[in-house]
Design a protein around this ligand. Structure first.
Ligand SMILES: [Zn+2]
Length: 328
């Protein structure tokens, strides 16, 4: 490990905060970064200007966020050749001098994301340069969800929205920014199909939700890890990235861990590649799967309709019979 570089990016807290809960430490990190890192401060200030509008469906809503600063990531060239050539922006040796955060679970660095789509947007990156692949990391993801209970942790697969497919990272956002957090209990009660109901775990799927979900809920991390791995092993593997295409959300509430898996089959919808004026620049990742669609162009923000959203989700979601893969 790059210990010398690591020390430069670890934030030292005031003694009184050393024993504080993560939420307080994170708040202190935000304040420190806003004071000392002009680029991040500018971006968080610009973020206050983003516009939001809501499209209501019968049992859920989709929020659109117009955020011009995100064009860079929405349109990022993620071809392996391009990725190989650029310096990895999550490697310790390439972090800006001002960027500082905390070591968490002894193997990740918890940082603020300098290109925010939320007013509290965190990146949790592996200390070492290892590919974006979720195998063996579900327990970590759920542990983070419990440690950071005010947040929803998310994982973008290497071809499902990750802008650094070569360096493992999670991200986190305040709970209830993504509509799914708020809709969850209603959907579970009235609009879900139970797939597995055992002593220690419930697995279900939302119906008529535009996206293809498999939700795992348990008081314990291990059964979620166990059943997730079973599902993972049966999903079609994407050859470019060597793993099934997916987005994941993890959170912890009322004594239970929750993992929501979105099955994907395409990186971008066809409207992304259409000629103008029919083009819509949307590149779905976990946040979009969670019901918050980020658009970097104002024209798209105004013109997107419910039919467009339906098409975008339909094209980028994997259409398969979940009973076949949950043959447990
Ligand atoms: Zn790296």
């Amino acid at each position: 490990m790059d210990t010398a570089n690591l020390q430069q990016h670890v934030l030292t807290l005031h003694e009184a905060l050393e024993k504080a809960v993560w939420e307080e430490k994170i708040e202190a990190m935000f304040q420190q970064q806003m004071q000392t890192w002009p680029l991040a401060r500018d971006h968080y200030q610009q973020f206050q200007q983003v516009k939001k509008r809501t499209l209501n469906f019968e049992d859920f809503r989709i929020d659109l966020q117009y955020n011009p600063a995100r064009e860079r990531s929405t349109c990022a060239d993620l071809q392996p050749k391009t990725i190989e050539k650029r310096p990895c922006f999550l490697c310790l040796s390439n972090l800006p001098a001002e960027q500082k955060g905390f070591i968490i679970l002894k193997k990740y660095l918890l940082l603020i994301n300098p290109y925010p789509i939320f007013d509290r947007h965190l990146t949790i990156s592996a200390l070492q340069h290892q590919v974006q692949n979720i195998q063996g990391r579900i327990i970590d993801m759920l542990t983070l969800a419990k440690d950071l209970q005010a947040y929803t942790i998310f994982y973008n697969g290497p071809r499902c929205g990750a802008s650094a497919p070569d360096h493992f990272h999670f991200q986190a956002v305040n709970k209830h920014v993504m509509p799914i957090d708020t809709e969850f209990e209603y959907l579970k009660k009235f609009k879900s199909k139970l797939l597995v109901n055992e002593d220690e775990i419930e697995i279900f799927q939302f119906k008529h939700y535009l996206r293809k979900t498999i939700v795992f809920e348990s008081e314990y991390r291990e059964p979620i890890d166990f059943f997730f791995t079973k599902v993972y092993q049966q999903l079609p593997v994407d050859e470019t990235s060597n793993e099934p295409m997916m987005n994941l959300l993890a959170s912890y509430q009322q004594g239970k861990y929750r993992l929501t898996l979105f099955l994907r089959n395409k990186q971008r919808p066809s409207c992304f590649y259409r000629e103008e004026p029919d083009r819509i620049m949307v590149s779905p990742a976990s946040v979009e799967m969670g019901g918050l669609v980020v658009v970097p162009r104002e024209t798209d923000y105004h013109k997107i309709t419910k039919d467009d959203l339906q098409e975008i989700y339909n094209e980028t979601s994997l259409n398969l019979n979940i009973n076949d893969i949950l043959n447990i």
